[in-house]
Design a protein around this ligand. Structure first.
Ligand code: FES
Length: 62
């Protein structure tokens, strides 16, 4: 499903950016381009960010 119509960015692309470490709307913009034209998608991007928190890996010393 398209989240950002202006830049033709889908929810799948946004989730992929999150999986690659994007943790803010600004980082989503840098990864996908979503949100820099009309801004109507901003609320949806924030919602996807809230629903898909970045999984930080904690390396424990052995
Ligand atoms: S819908 Fe995303 S910038 Fe317009």
């Amino acid at each position: 499903m398209y989240i950002c119509v202006c830049k033709a960015v889908t929810d799948k692309q946004i989730k992929q950016a999150i999986n690659n470490g994007a943790c803010s709307r600004r980082e989503i913009y840098h990864c996908t381009g979503a949100g820099d034209v009309c801004g109507k998608c901003t609320r949806h991007i924030r919602q996807i960010l809230d629903e898909n928190p970045v999984q930080h890996l904690i390396m424990q010393a052995a």
